[in-house]
Design a protein around this ligand. Sequence first.
Ligand code: 5AD
Length: 365
Amino acid sequence: MNFAGILARAEAGADLTVPELAVLLAPPDPGSAAALTAAAHRVKTAVCGDYVNLRGLIEFSNFCNRDCFYCGIRKSMPAVRRYRMSADEIVHAATLAGEYGYGSVVLQSGERDDPEFTGFLTGVLRRIAALPYRLGITLSCGEQTLDTYLRWREAGATRYLLRIESSNPALFARIHPANWRWEDRAAALARLREADYQVGTGVMIGLPGQTTADLAADVKFFQRIDADMIGMGPYLPQDDTPLGRQCPDAPGAAAARLELALRMISVTRLLLRDVNIAAATALQAISPADGRERGILAGANVIMPNVGDPAYRRSYQLYNGKPNLDENAAALRAGLLANLAAVGARPRFNAPGDPPHYAARTGKP
Ligand code: 5AD
């Protein structure tokens, strides 16, 4: 199959097969790789606008009931200092996001489903929804019951990120404890749809044993569940986790994963067109100077600068090399704006930045 021919059809909006997507994920030469990036950037600009949407990221707690083999805040990590931001601290961070003109916030935490946690978050959501900024509110708090998803939706959350991690159930099983089933994850995504969220999902890119065909199938999975938002980034080994110990990185592996992750962004943009795609922090972990900015040039249209207190940042390290461990929200904002200007990308301020796909599929504005 011919790379240039497939790319031209993709840019024109053709529905590609898994083998065709796999061809695009492995460009035969640097010129083809550059053409992929440029095509994805054109489609993003035409369909979603030429700006970058901003979300203030609040990592509000690292208590977690899950034991994912790759994650630095998994339940059985002994060395992690567990924390929970107070409601006032979370609302303060959201206020900062509003003052900065970010237009939206993402509240992310480890996974808990006890009533104390779900009730606490409901109260926090009400307070953020009552702030005078009309903030879009995204949650990223794992698998919950339909009842919990509905309560949080009613309290003001409008979006939810729940990565499928891999659309391949066998690969999913290798990186999670046996009691955690792929089917449960997929069912949780369906519940989010039922509860009328803008639904985001995504995968880790470059997992041990993951193939290009797996990644191509991941993109088809995003399409099949009709996702509104995609958040995906390179897998990064975490030294103290089972997967990190088992498969340490060879020299050059991280750099190769960055390139693969950028190609995933481009291919996802070409197939899904009108969804929001985040340039994940993990891109920045591999290339601090320009990882996220390259994500924007490759077809992403969302960046999530941290607005939390740096006092907690070291305790929320999902992987080695988390960037900006000590910088406060103001410093991060200044750095991001300078970086975006350097690549000619335009941030959009004071807008919630809903994915066009949600309006298209629901008829809601
Ligand atoms: N490398 C990259 N991403 C990771 N995540 C967790 N651990 C890692 C890691 N070691 C991602 C997962 C999860 C999200 C919050 O962080 O995809 O869904």
